[in-house]
Design a protein around this ligand. Structure first.
Ligand SMILES: NC(=O)c1ccc[n+]([C@@H]2O[C@H](COP(=O)([O-])OP(=O)(O)OC[C@H]3O[C@@H](n4cnc5c(N)ncnc54)[C@H](OP(=O)(O)O)[C@@H]3O)[C@@H](O)[C@H]2O)c1
Length: 340
């Protein structure tokens, strides 16, 4: 098999393709021949050496794949063999063969390509947890979403539109034309506009019912201030800690010092009728049965054409460093994939 290794913490060029013997599925596992692997921002943080959950480097990252099952281990259902699937991987997804526990594998419905399959798990399960499970977004409410043109941002927007909510997106201006077609009511330029002031203007001072923020630092503070009564702030990342392509202590320090550690106190929340919550899909492995339930709801929406993964582009395994540059240069509108 071929795998993309993070050989040491650093810039995208530390990603190197290496060969190894194909793994055999252990008891309860299925083996997937991978046709596409999803790239996620967490992989970038891992490569930079600033992702707390990362196993020791050298390591193969990757949380999701699409492909076909070619073998099963003892006790796993042999009916998987030959089936088109997508799977969530606890690291190791940047690989053209993966073995994963049966519970982490999902049959792809007819008509869903391996690429689309690889674009579903992380982005859509995260978005579902943020918008539906914890954000409780309702018809007529307004959601503000950061990194609106990214994988999670587009997934969350499709779900919010389905719920009947209005969406304000924050993204680089170069993406606005493409994003308008995806149903955003308003778009704010994250680099040239103050999203807090613009959102107040757009909502005539009222603010919004749900904010989805994976930028972090000062952005959490502004998002909290923007919540209308009963509004909720969903925090799920800290992209602002990754402005440089290698670990930059000053940047991390700035993100930490601008984080509002003392703003969401019990009394402040109580008196303002606001809610704050966090999401980390990578800490949901103990809830895999619930996640399967969410995936089934998402697959149902996919079959009705309600959700539609938007794939920006694919890179070959030997171009993995270009894929990381592309996302860190903030060029993607939708999902970035790797193809073996
Ligand atoms: N907690 C979880 O379970 C979970 C799961 C998935 C993702 N996430 C988080 O959600 C965020 C989006 O992830 P994704 O995989 O869907 O990536 P993505 O949004 O597809 O791609 C990254 C985009 O983020 C925006 N961005 C904002 N600040 C950035 C910065 N400092 N450096 C580079 N890009 C920046 C850029 O768009 P603009 O220039 O248009 O803003 C860029 O195109 C990340 O913070 C990620 O860690 C969390």
């Amino acid at each position: 098999m071929r795998q993309i290794w993070i050989t040491k913490p650093g810039c995208p060029e530390v990603l190197v393709v290496k060969k190894a013997l194909d793994p055999e599925p252990r008891a309860g596992e299925v083996r997937v021949r991978v046709e596409a692997s999803g790239v996620n921002f967490a992989d970038i943080l891992g490569r930079m050496g600033i992702y707390p959950d990362l196993p020791p480097i050298p390591v193969v990252v990757g949380y999701e794949v699409g492909g076909r099952v070619d073998a099963v281990g003892v006790g796993a259902n042999p009916g998987w063999i030959g089936r088109d699937v997508f799977a969530v991987t606890r690291f190791g997804g940047y690989s053209d063969v993966v073995c994963v526990p049966e519970k982490q594998v999902f049959a792809r419905p007819a008509g869903m390509s391996a690429e689309e399959g690889a674009a579903v798990p992380v982005n859509y399960l995260t978005a579902w947890q943020l918008v539906v499970v914890m954000g409780g977004l309702k018809r007529g409410e307004t959601m503000l979403v950061h990194s609106a043109g990214g994988g999670v941002g587009i997934a969350a927007t499709q779900i919010a539109k389905h719920v009947g909510a209005k969406v304000i997106g924050v993204a680089s201006a170069s993406k606005h034309d493409e994003l308008k077609a995806l149903g955003f009511e308003h778009l704010i330029d994250c680099r040239r506009e103050d999203f807090e002031a613009r959102t107040r203007e757009i909502t005539a001072g009222r603010g919004v019912e749900l904010v989805l923020d994976a930028v972090g630092g000062d952005s959490f503070k502004k998002g909290y201030r923007l919540l209308a009564p009963t509004g909720r702030l969903g925090m799920f990342g800290v992209s602002s800690a990754a402005n440089a392509k290698e670990r930059d202590l000053f940047n991390i320090f700035r993100t930490l010092t601008t984080t509002p550690w003392f703003l969401f106190t019990p009394l402040a929340l109580l008196n303002a009728n606001k809610g704050v919550f966090g999401v980390n899909l990578g800490h949901m492995w103990g809830e895999i049965d619930r996640m399967r339930g969410w995936a089934n709801e998402l697959l149902d929406l996919w079959s009705k054409g309600v959700i539609q993964p938007k794939i920006d582009c694919t890179f070959r395994f030997d171009e993995a460093s270009l894929a990381h540059h592309y996302m860190q240069d903030r060029k993607n509108v939708g999902k970035v994939l790797l193809k073996p």
